[in-house]
Design a protein around this ligand. Structure first.
Ligand code: ADP
Ligand code: MG
Ligand code: ZN
Length: 628
């Protein structure tokens, strides 16, 4: 079978990505499959192509109702009959989908797992030939994953009630063996073909930064990327609110998303982001699963996530269109405290206490790996790939650590002052205090609560007056991460550890290794500021984007659903002059060529005509043809 032909005709791509062909062929041969591919790896195509070729309908089980609409719109744009059933549809619309589905009008039907239990849905699916059940984000079935959805556990029973057992295809980006075996067991996959592709995403640049001020650092990073779309993940709702407000106050078109917002506002904000009306999204980790916005060109983590797996999944939402994109994590030791707090709060109510404790312990282990990523001076990409068990070069040459330079600073004296100050406060008050009090005492604050406690009488009072508060916080964070200070998980107070006595009483030196960020930043800048194409081509790119914007407005869909940025870039480089040439552009399939081709070809023709005129103008003025 000419799978390449189908790939080109419907999706406009000329080559399969790793794993896609094997999974598609497996499904077509009637085998259950499990596809493990990184976010952005192209899992959807693996069930969409079989859905086109199989006799019966394909049922797609997907966890987020808010995103089904997008996927279905994208399929319809590619000329594929698809629909979705979820609670956002009006009763009439719902009825219509049921009727059409019963008539066999759809190749694909998307549903949330909750629907599988509904009586009328069961009746519908029992009366239809169903060739394939595709389970997207299949890790939701596992309690060990981070997005456990109890309703996923119904899937096997649902399949068991169908008159004929369809092929089951499961997809996830979660690579741990535990989650993988849960998927196979709980979905009752039969001798599945497992395809686990490489996890490297070469177009992503990884970096970890520990700025003195996260706010300032964030603002600078976002400002440097003005006009681009990005996601900023924060650990808590409160931070989402603060960061979003800060960005908006600085003229950045940002919006926000977290579980505390009303449904309609969440949906509205998500749409604003998808449609690039507000291209910067500030969100908790509630945002993003299944998000298919391909032109996200950076993901910044304002806080360290709970696990490297969560990090890779969230960061992986950048650069799905294959264009260079940045994944930057802003780290401070305070993040460890927040993460520990969140883990202590986690676990779902229906778990037994022993079970919950086991989950927590595992989460702590994962957190340690995540902290390791933040602290390593080795290759960041290598650290990620190690976690996923993939071999790699020692240095990728394109992450912040590979490009950074390091220097060691002797911080023994300020370290002694900080550690001893913590002890002296304890002697005075009878208890340890938190970060901010410690910083205030060291910097000689005249605040009432410092004076009232007599802390201004301590010999360490005001010793670090010369340093900025930010710098003192950084030193404290470092002392904690290096094991000289410990945060009490209940009261968030700081206590010197055993290791601190060697520094205090034996004069053991303390070194702080800092990366000088200049080299890495220059490399980043270089990449961003060197135009990818000659200036004229940039003009054409802008014109093509404008055409895309116009079409998107007309059809009321997000722009990237018409063509991705990668497609427009390729189009600007190739400058097709007719429909045949247009089909050579990556991402242009027959259906889209038919639907949008004319508008884009016209834009290119106009551009070329203008160029011609400009050339004539030059000739008229100088008497010579312009430089080649
Ligand atoms: P995943 O679900 O694995 O995170 P998607 O299925 O959303 O990834 O695909 C990510 C992007 O890659 C989409 O924009 C999709 O159109 C594109 N894509 C998928 N397969 C190919 C391919 N063979 N060639 C080029 N682009 C592809
Ligand atoms: Mg997906
Ligand atoms: Zn590297």
């Amino acid at each position: 079978m000419d799978l390449e032909g189908i790939l080109k005709r419907h999706f406009g791509y000329s080559e399969f990505r790793p794993g896609q062909r094997q999974l598609i062929e497996g499904i077509l041969a009637g085998r259950d499959v499990l596809g493990v591919m990184p976010t952005g790896g192209g899992k959807s195509l693996c069930y969409q192509i079989p859905a086109l070729l199989e006799e019966g309908m394909t049922l797609v089980i997907s966890p987020l109702i808010s995103l089904m609409k997008d996927q279905v719109t994208a399929l319809r744009k590619a000329g594929i009959a698809a629909a979705y059933l979820n609670s956002t549809l009006s009763p009439e619309a719902m009825q219509q989908v049921y009727e059409q589905a019963a008539e066999g009008a759809y190749r694909l039907l998307y549903v949330a797992p909750e629907r599988l239990g509904a009586g009328d849905f069961l009746a519908l699916t029992r009366s239809l030939p169903i060739a394939l059940v595709a389970v997207d984000e299949a890790h939701c079935i596992s309690q060990w994953g981070q997005d456990f959805r109890p309703s996923y556990l119904q899937i096997a029973r649902f399949v068991g009630r169908l008159p004929h057992r369809p092929v089951i295809a499961a997809f996830t980006a979660t690579a741990t063996t535990q989650v993988r075996s849960d998927i196979v067991r709980l979905l009752q996959l039969r001798d599945p073909l497992c395809e686990i592709t490489g996890f490297d995403r070469p177009n992503l640049f990884f970096d970890v930064q520990s700025p003195h001020s996260k706010r300032k650092a964030l603002l600078r990073l976002v400002e440097e990327r003005r006009g681009k779309s990005g996601i900023i993940y924060c650990a808590t709702r409160v931070l989402v609110e603060q960061v979003c407000q800060m960005l908006c106050a600085n003229g950045i078109p940002a919006t926000r998303y977290h579980a505390g917002l009303a449904d309609d506002e969440r949906q509205r904000n998500q749409d604003d982001f998808q449609f690039d009306r507000r291209p910067v999204m500030v969100a908790t980790n509630a945002f993003g699963m299944g998000i298919d916005k391909s032109n996200v060109s950076y993901v910044i983590h304002y806080n360290m996530p709970k696990s490297l797996e969560a990090y890779y999944q969230e960061a992986g939402r950048a650069g799905r269109d294959g264009e260079p994109a940045d994944c930057i994590l802003l780290y401070s030791a305070g993040d460890i405290t927040t993460a520990k707090y969140l883990i202590a709060q986690s676990g779902n109510d229906r778990m037994e206490e022993a079970e919950r404790e086991r989950v927590r312990r595992q989460e702590y282990d994962r957190l340690q790996v995540m902290i390791g990523y933040c602290k390593t001076t080795g290759c960041l990409r290598g650290c990620l790939l190690d976690y996923f068990g993939q071999a790699h070069a020692a240095h990728c040459g394109s992450c912040g650590n590979c490009l950074g330079r390091y220097e060691r600073q002797d911080i023994t004296v300020p370290a002694q002052m900080i550690l001893s100050c913590a002890q002296r406060i304890r002697h005075k008050l009878g208890y340890y205090v938190g970060r901010s009090t410690l910083v205030q005492v060291l910097r000689g604050s005249r605040q009432q609560r410092i004076l009232a406690g007599g802390l201004d009488q301590l010999s360490t009072y005001g010793l670090l007056r010369r340093l900025s508060a930010e710098r003192v916080y950084t030193l404290i964070d470092y002392l904690e991460s290096a094991g000289y200070l410990m945060t009490d998980p209940q009261h968030f107070t700081l206590r010197p550890t055993q290791a601190a006595s060697a520094v205090l009483f034996e004069g053991e030196p303390v070194w702080l290794t800092v990366r000088s960020d200049r080299a890495a930043e220059e490399a980043l800048r270089g990449r961003r500021w060197t135009p990818a194409a000659a200036p004229q081509e940039q003009d054409l790119f802008a014109a093509l984007k404008a055409t895309r914007f116009r079409l998107a407005q007309q059809e009321n869909v997000p722009a990237y659903l018409i063509f991705s940025n990668a497609t427009l870039t390729d189009m600007a480089n190739r400058m097709p002059r007719n429909r045949f040439e247009l089909l050579d552009v990556a991402g242009v399939g027959e259906v889209k060529a038919e639907r949008y081709g004319e508008a884009f070809l016209e834009t290119i023709a106009d551009y070329l005509a203008e160029q011609g005129e400009a050339e004539e103008d030059t000739r008229a003025i100088t008497g010579f043809p312009p430089d080649e």
